[in-house]
Design a protein around this ligand. Sequence first.
Ligand SMILES: [Ca+2]
Ligand SMILES: [Ca+2]
Ligand SMILES: [Ca+2]
Length: 494
Amino acid sequence: MQNPRSAKYHGPFLKLAGFRARCGKIAATAACVAGMSVAQAGELSLSWQDNSDNEDGFEIERALPGEDFGLVATVGADAESYLDQAVLAGREYEYRVRAFNAYGYSGYTNVSVGFVPNTAPVVGEIEDISILKGEAMPVAEFSYSDAESSPEDLVVEALSSNLSLVPLTGIAVSLERGTGSVSLTPNSSATGVATITLLVSDGVELTQQTFDVEVKRNLAPTVGSMQAVNVYDGQQVGPVSFTISDSELAASDLTVVGLSMDESLIASESISIGGSGASRTVSFATKPGVSGTTTVRMAVSDGVNTTNGVLTVNITRNAAPVITGLDERYTIEGDGEISGLAFGISDRETASSSLSLSVRSSNSMLVSPFGMKLKGSGSQRTLDVTPNPGMTGTVVVTVAVSDGVHTTEHAFELRVLAPEQVVNILGFSIEQSLAVVEVENREGASFSLWKIHSLDGAWEKVADAEATVGESSTILIDPTPVDSPVCYRVIASE
Ligand SMILES: [Ca+2]
Ligand SMILES: [Ca+2]
Ligand SMILES: [Ca+2]
């Protein structure tokens, strides 16, 4: 508690509580206390009647009730009042006065009693606090003031009605110019209600203010059990569904974080959580080339408690598909083609009808994508290859089959031989709008000029011409400029 002598009084201007007056006969001088009043907060004003005409001055003495009088001031001759500014609010004081001169003292006046009024401090209301166990405790703020004392002269104490929930060591009060805050640290394992009482004292009067702190039960979230999943390596898995709930929070307020228990089988970065509310999903990818059993953990948190859901993942190594029945090398004679080249596809885990099959060529000028056709179904497939007309050379044709995880390829070399030569073309050039063809051929042979605007387009015949032995032939070509390159070829025939 505060020492009341340090408190200052700032109360209203009040009448003196007790007043008694008695004029006494005094040897050398005479005086009589005539009245006393509160001049202003923290002051008492004393007045008396000067009954003497030969005094040198007056002595004013003061006492607390039941205690001895002591001199508080000396004032000069003819004075009839004194202002005592060293009084405390809420206290009662007794005064008496005597006159003095060179010959001695008069008798004392009667004793007059003055009371310095005081009002109790005022403490603002404090809102009750309710939290879930483990949640952060908000700071309780309050205002406090006193009519007579400044805030820094007030003493604030706090009490707890439930020490097992909020021990006294768990209450910290800080004060700042009339605004106080109470920081509470409840017992981390306890729940219940504690009434916190604040006692604010000005040294005389005490005001109390209470508020309740409730720490409610907080159960950990629950996660529904999940059936193990059997998957392959290198596979995208999910979304796999699971349910979550919490006694205190809405499921939408729960947070879920996925974690791999074996990073060599499943990378945690590949785990993603989807869904909303009580229905959530987990998706992840198994690493390629691995096998084994691990778990993906879903950490479900209500902000305080965490419950782990567990998904067991059995990873089997996925075998690559197999291609059978294709050779390493094929040859097409002349302007021929390959039709119905049979081969088989199969996979240990995936039905043949579900495998994806593709084919590509290393040289689109010789064998364009349109020149290759895959046919058949299930495990029995065929391939047709038709080279571009008149083109010769060697191309690598690659057949690829995928089970969605692994891809197996079979590449074969395809040689496209030129048809038997019937006419020799010695030279071919384009000069402005003329194609100049130089042939060394037999009498009666002919040739034709073809052009193509892009590799994916179709060859289109420009003109047919009869060859003249030993001479160059010319063909008028379309001089219209084009944006894309144009490719020309000459085919000779008998
Ligand atoms: Ca007060
Ligand atoms: Ca909870
Ligand atoms: Ca497979």
